[in-house]
Design a protein. Sequence first.
Length: 170
Amino acid sequence: MSRRAIKSINWAALLERLPESEKNVYVTFRAKSDQYLRRMTANPESPPKIDWSYYKRTITTPGLVDKFQKEYEALSIPYPADKYTADIESEEKETLKQIDNFVQEANQMIENAKIEIEKIQQLLPYSEMTLEDFRDIHPEEAINPDKPTAWPHTPEVQASMDAGDPKKAN
């Protein structure tokens, strides 16, 4: 297994996607990543080879070099198991599904807005409307002679007026 899970990171593409408020965090993260990468590449991928014959010639204690050689060659430091890539990939798939759903919803909202814009563009301009035309288009906002309102004709003022009217309170 390789020491590097990711062969390269497209830092420019990552930077383009970040909002302005996150750029300081990005700079810190990139510096730490580069520092880690430099420290990792400074060490060889495999342990250095030892010239055991040299030590067997120079060390006179019988069996000591053989013992060290046997232990050194038996030493195996396993590369840590990858526990997170599967979780990250499943989370990425879920996020991509959410993005697709959002795009579909946004496109539907855009289509609805375009239909509404067409309706508005087909209306008679407000400057040319009569009160009856306005009432036909916006019945909830038009003046109703059967239900007179007090100035400034806002819902808040009408609610306070209705609360003070004993006929409407019942």
